[in-house]
Design a binder for this molecule. Structure first.
Ligand SMILES: NC(=O)c1ccc[n+]([C@@H]2O[C@H](COP(=O)([O-])OP(=O)(O)OC[C@H]3O[C@@H](n4cnc5c(N)ncnc54)[C@H](O)[C@@H]3O)[C@@H](O)[C@H]2O)c1
Length: 448
């Protein structure tokens, strides 16, 4: 689906009208293409006194080919691709002033689609209440910058535990600085311990990984299959038999394999496990993307609509996880990735069934991530906001326009934006990112 308004505002007439009438001004977002540099300009690094991450961040960004500046060497007219600030040294609210001192002079210094990353410590890990308070305060700064800086800027807080290793931090920085995270903003992402291994080639971060994508015949699932295959994965694409032709087209296109299966069938978990065992001997990454909506307000909803949505979006996924885990088909270093929704965070009129199922996906992350830590399997989810697909094309025009613009980037995301975020969570290098729900919503106002 195309966003005609976003195309119009890029024209000369559109620009003039937007300026005159103060209309929403969706910027053109920088998106990833293989071989792209991480940033379009140098990164300005800053650090609060006593920070612990300046050294690894410098090493990671230098190795990634990023040109680095600090406040001592930067000139007032310099423009940057990113502002990266190590705030781990902040242990008291009175020290928050250091953030103002760093960011205030740079408020207009970012290039289009610039990146702001603040690195902190998870408040739950801070030894003293004052430090936890000050670290929690960072969220407000980051979320406000995401709303203020404009021109496609995204802003994130990355909370790094004391025992996190450098590869984990590297994977998060590479994703968040790159065009892969074009539609991710205002997020708090936690990087902890866990086995993480850097790829031989960062342009093929999924080389050799066997990845199952459910609901792969169209929409986000088809984009996912393409992005994961581009990044080196062997993709097993699954969808219902009725979508067999479209599924085969996707699988052929990417050199993957197709599995026609209704996930809610009673024998689906064993049939899927048998298939993965005989064809691949394992599945490194399971992406539970298949999902349905059956909207009605609760009073008008028949029990069938309720049951179908809970079964496809949640219960069938639990049954599949159980069998794959029981048969040890997901090895150490494996990933389980769910697809929630901002409806699961904010709730939505007419979607009690859907929002319940999608909040359940978040519950699954919360409960399964700690339970699988010892097996070295990470569990995360993405929560897409308004994504331009057939699902959102069906929304009535006025509601659709509102949903599309009510975020810091004033536009809907693309299926590729969700796919890139899932891809990042799947990387072997992201092993220490577990228990996260990352919103891909352009910092939507819903549920914020
Ligand atoms: N499009 C959005 O804006 C948006 C927003 C938030 C969350 N999501 C979620 O993202 C995921 C993908 O959404 P989409 O917009 O691409 O949807 P879509 O309807 O275009 O695609 C979903 C796919 O899942 C498949 N599927 C449904 N039931 C199945 C079953 N029982 N067994 C196997 N396959 C089944 C369908 O055949 C279809 O190919 C869903 O989980 C959805 O809830 C989408």
């Amino acid at each position: 689906m195309t966003d005609r308004y976003a195309s119009f505002v890029q024209s000369a007439a559109g620009r003039a009208l937007v300026k005159r009438l103060g209309l929403p001004d969706p910027p053109r977002l920088r998106r990833h293409h293989p071989g792209d540099p991480l940033l379009t300009g140098p990164a300005l690094l800053g650090a609060a006194v006593g920070g612990r991450l300046a050294e690894p961040v410098t090493a990671i960004l230098t190795a990634a080919g990023v040109e680095l500046r600090d406040t001592g060497t930067a000139a007032p007219q310099d423009r940057f691709g990113a502002l990266v600030y190590d705030a781990t040294g902040i242990t008291d609210s009175t020290q928050l002033r250091q953030l103002y001192d760093f960011f205030h002079p740079q408020a207009r210094a970012l290039l289009p689609s610039g990146r702001v990353i603040v690195l902190g410590t998870p408040p739950s890990e801070c030894p003293a209440p004052r430090e936890a308070t000050a670290q929690r305060a960072l969220e407000g700064l980051v979320r406000s910058i995401g709303k203020e800086f404009g021109r496609g800027t995204t802003a994130q807080l990355v909370q790094v535990t004391g025992d996190a290793n450098d590869t984990s931090l590297e994977s998060a920085l590479r994703f968040l600085l790159s065009g892969r995270s074009a539609y991710v903003s205002g997020q708090v992402i936690r990087v902890g311990v866990g086995a993480a291994s850097a790829p031989a080639d960062w342009d093929r971060p999924l080389d050799g990984q066997v990845v199952l994508v459910t609901g792969a015949a169209r929409g986000i699932g088809a984009a996912l299959a393409r992005v994961l295959a581009r990044d080196g994965a062997q993709v097993v694409a699954l969808d219902v038999p009725a979508a067999g032709d479209a599924l085969a087209a996707v699988a052929n296109d990417i050199g993957g394999t197709a599995v026609q299966l209704d996930l809610t069938a009673p024998d689906a978990p064993t049939r899927l496990a048998d298939h993965l065992a005989s064809r691949h001997g394992r599945v490194d990454v399971v992406v539970h993307n298949a999902g349905i909506t059956r909207d009605k307000t609760l009073g008008r909803m028949d029990a069938d609509r309720w049951d179908q949505v809970i079964d496809v979006n949640l219960s069938s996924q639990e049954r599949i996880n159980d069998v794959l885990l029981e048969r040890e088909l997901i090895p150490a270093g494996g990933r389980i990735i769910g697809v929630s929704s901002i409806a699961g965070i904010a709730g939505n009129r007419g979607q009690t069934n859907y929002a319940t199922s999608k909040a359940g996906v978040i519950g699954l992350v919360d409960s399964l991530a700690p339970a699988l830590r010892d097996r070295n399997i990470s569990v995360n989810a993405v929560a897409p906001g308004f994504i331009e697909t057939r699902m959102t094309a069906r929304i009535p025009l006025v509601v659709r326009e509102a949903g599309r613009r009510m975020n810091s980037l004033a536009q809907g995301g693309l299926p590729e934006d969700v796919a890139e975020t899932i891809g990042w969570l799947a990387w072997p290098a992201s092993g220490a990112v577990s228990g996260n729900v990352v919103r891909v919503c352009g910092q939507s106002l819903l549920g914020a």
